[in-house]
Design a protein around this ligand. Structure first.
Ligand code: CU
Length: 168
């Protein structure tokens, strides 16, 4: 469900929450992955789910404050939640920023940290029609038929007059 294309966007929206597998299937939640680049490639809406997949003896997931995200100092004050199962699903329930780090020594400082901005869900009615939609071509063809009748009606009348005069 990660890559919703243009047409699938409506379906994805209708289906509700999107599950984002952090790091995608290739790397999951691991050292040596640029999670800032991963997060930049997608959008997160309220109700979406982050899925952290990792070896639980080697990593964990702490939801932290922004300052702890920056300092990587996993002190108690800055830790909002701890996940350690190896397959953790975190619901992004609010329109705000979320920060996650791996609390294993050195991992966060090595770049194992993730920040996501969650936006409010957009209205399903806000989706615009793509260019060249059926309504646009219908308008064009009705213009064409009006132009057609504007030339054909006088021609037909003239022809009828001609026939009328010829048979007298
Ligand atoms: Cu780690």
């Amino acid at each position: 469900m990660a890559g919703c294309g243009w047409l699938l966007l409506l379906l994805c929206g209708a289906a509700g929450a999107v599950e984002h597998v952090v790091g995608d299937g290739d790397s999951g939640w691991d050292s040596g992955v640029n999670y800032a680049a991963w997060a930049r490639k997608r959008t997160f809406a309220v109700g979406d789910v982050l899925v952290f997949q990792y070896v639980s003896s080697q990593h964990n997931v702490y939801e932290v404050s922004e300052s702890t995200y920056r300092s990587c100092d996993g002190n108690h004050k800055g830790v909002l939640a701890k996940y350690t199962s190896g397959l953790d699903k975190v619901v992004l329930g609010e329109a705000r920023s979320y920060w996650f780090i791996c609390e294993f020594p050195g991992h966060c400082l090595g770049g194992m940290k993730l920040a996501v901005n969650v936006s409010a869900p957009s209205s399903p009615h806000a989706a615009p029609f793509p260019p060249g939609s059926p309504s646009a071509s219908t308008a064009a063809s009705s213009t064409r038929s009006r132009a057609w009748s504007l030339t054909m009606v006088p021609l037909t009348l003239a022809l009828l007059q001609f026939i009328n005069r010829a048979i007298r």
